[in-house]
Design a protein around this ligand. Structure first.
Ligand code: XUL
Ligand code: CO
Length: 437
C-alpha cells in the first residue's frame, strides 16, 4: 500500500528476533499459535485515534510540536484527511482494531445538532474505510472532558442542562459505535469527580452518575447493541478526586446502582499505577469480581505522578498482566488498546509506527511468557498447594456458613488445633517468573 502521510513505507513485516530494521516486528507475529490460539486473537490489538492523530504534542509549558497536514482538524475535509492517515496506519501495523472518541473524528461545535450531523457523516466514512481495510472497532466513546461546558463534570454536573447534553452526546456515540459493529462501548469519567468539597455534594453526584449509567444500559438494550459497556477507572487527573478511583471502587458503584451484571471495566496500566496498584492487581481484582473487560496498554513514569501514557517497554510487567488475563480465560469482547502517546520530541510520522511496533513486540513476548507459565503450571501449582487445606470437608463447611463461631471454637479446643506457619515462598516465585521473561 502507499500512503501520503507515511510516504515511502509500504509494509511492516515480521522479521523475527534477529532483525535490525526499525520498521519490522521482531516478536509480534499475528499467526503464531500460542496456547492453541493465534497471537492476534489473544492480543486483539487496537490503535487509538486521540493520541496519534489528535494530540498536538502540547504539555503544560509548551504548545504544538507535531506538524500534521490535517491540523487543526476543524473542517470535514481535514477530518477525512486525518481518517485516511489513521486507516493507513492501522493497515501498516496490521492492527485488527481501532478506538475513537467523537471529538477525535469530527469538528467540535456548540450545538448538539451540528456535532451529531458531523459524527454521522464520519461514521459513514469510517464504515467505508473499515470495509476497505478490514479494520474493526474495538470501542467507541465520548470525550466529555475537553469542551468547557463539561468543566464541572458531565453526568455529575450541578447543572441538569449539562447532564442532558452529556446524555445526548453519549447516545450519539453509542449509536455510532453500534452502526460500526463496535465490540464494546467505554465510559471514562474524565471530569466525574471534584476539585473541592466546598462546592460539591457527593451524595447528589453519585445519584446522578448512577442514573446516567442506568440510562446507558437501557439504551444499549433498546438499540440491541451486543457489545460490552465498560467503565475505565482512574483515581485523579483531570479532577483532583475522580469517582471511578479503581476497580474495587467501580464495583461498589455498580453494586449500589444495580449494574454489576451489566457493566465491566477497561483497565489502564497508568491509571492502576496512579491508584497505587500494579496493573496485574487491577486485572486480578476485576477477574475476582467478575467484571474484567478490556485493557488500555501503556506505562506510567514511576517518578512523575502524572498520567504520562508512554508506550510499554517492560516485558516482565506486561507478562504478569497477560498472565492474569489468560488465567481468567483471555479476552472475550475486550482487547489491548494502545492508549499511549509519543514523547513530544518524536515528531516524525515514522515515530508513530516505531512506537507501536515496540509496544506490540513487548506484548507478544509477554503473552508468550504468560502462556508458558500457565502451560507449565509454574505459578498455579504452588498456589493450589498453598490453599489445599481448604479442600477438607470441615474447611468447606466453615466457608459455606454451616458452622458458627461456637462450633468452630469447640473444634479448636477438642482437637487442640495449633496452626503451623508455612513459608510464602515469594522469592522462589519471583525467581520462577524471572525464568520466563
Ligand atoms: C484518559 C484515558 C482516556 C480513555 C478514553 O486518561 O485513558 O483516553 O481511555 O476516554
Ligand atoms: Co485510557
Amino acid at each position: 500500500m502507499s500512503s501520503r502521510f507515511f510516504a515511502g513505507i509500504d509494509s511492516i513485516p515480521f522479521e523475527g528476533p534477529e532483525s535490525t530494521s526499525a520498521l519490522a516486528f521482531r516478536h509480534y507475529n499475528p499467526d503464531e499459535v500460542v496456547m492453541g490460539k493465534r497471537m492476534e486473537e489473544h492480543l486483539r490489538v487496537a490503535v487509538c485515534y486521540w493520541h496519534n492523530f489528535v494530540w498536538p504534542g502540547t504539555d503544560p509549558f509548551g504548545g504544538q510540536t507535531f506538524d500534521r497536514p490535517w491540523f487543526p482538524g476543524d473542517t470535514m475535509d481535514l477530518c477525512r484527511m486525518k481518517a485516511d492517515a489513521a486507516f493507513d496506519m492501522f493497515q501498516l501495523l496490521k492492527a485488527p482494531y481501532f478506538c475513537f472518541h467523537d471529538y477525535d473524528v469530527r469538528p467540535e461545535h456548540d450545538s448538539h445538532a451540528d456535532n451529531l450531523r458531523d459524527l454521522q457523516v464520519m461514521t459513514e466514512y469510517f464504515a467505508g474505510k473499515m470495509e476497505e481495510t478490514g479494520t474493526k472497532l474495538l470501542w467507541g466513546t465520548a470525550n466529555m472532558t475537553s469542551n468547557r461546558r463539561f468543566m464541572g463534570g458531565a453526568s455529575t454536573n450541578p447543572d441538569p442542562e449539562v447532564f442532558a447534553f452529556a446524555a445526548a452526546t453519549v447516545k450519539a456515540c453509542m449509536d455510532a459505535t453500534h452502526a460500526l459493529n463496535g465490540e464494546n462501548y467505554v465510559l471514562w469519567g474524565g471530569r466525574e469527580g471534584y476539585e473541592t468539597l466546598l462546592n460539591t455534594d457527593l451524595g447528589r453526584e453519585d445519584a446522578q452518575m448512577g442514573r446516567f449509567m442506568n440510562l446507558v444500559v437501557e439504551h444499549k438494550h433498546r438499540i440491541g447493541f451486543k457489545g460490552t459497556i465498560l467503565i475505565e477507572p482512574k483515581p485523579q487527573e483531570p479532577s483532583k478526586h475522580q469517582y471511578d478511583f479503581d476497580v474495587a471502587t467501580v464495583y461498589g458503584f455498580l453494586k449500589r446502582h444495580g449494574l454489576e451484571n451489566e457493566i465491566k471495566v477497561n483497565i489502564e496500566q497508568g491509571h492502576a499505577i496512579l491508584a497505587g496498584h500494579t496493573f496485574e492487581h487491577e486485572i486480578a481484582m476485576a477477574q475476582a469480581l467478575g467484571i474484567f473487560g478490556s485493557i488500555d496498554m501503556n506505562r506510567n513514569d514511576y517518578q512523575s505522578g502524572w498520567d504520562t501514557d508512554q508506550f510499554p517497554n517492560s516485558v516482565p510487567e506486561v507478562a504478569l498482566a497477560y498472565y492474569h488475563i489468560l488465567q481468567g480465560g483471555g479476552f472475550t469482547s475486550g482487547g489491548t488498546n494502545f492508549d499511549a502517546k509519543l514523547r513530544r520530541q518524536s515528531i516524525e510520522p515514522e515515530d508513530l509506527l516505531i512506537a507501536h511496533i515496540g509496544g506490540m513486540d513487548v506484548c507478544a513476548r509477554a503473552v508468550k511468557a504468560a502462556a508458558a507459565m500457565i502451560e507449565d503450571g509454574a505459578l498455579s501449582a504452588p498456589l493450589d498447594a498453598r490453599y489445599a487445606g481448604w479442600d477438607t470437608p470441615e474447611a468447606q463447611d466453615m466457608l459455606a456458613g454451616k458452622r458458627s463461631f461456637e462450633e468452630i471454637e469447640a473444634e479448636v479446643l477438642a482437637k487442640d488445633i495449633q496452626p503451623v506457619a508455612k513459608s510464602g515462598r515469594q522469592e522462589l516465585l519471583e525467581n520462577i517468573v524471572n525464568g520466563y521473561v
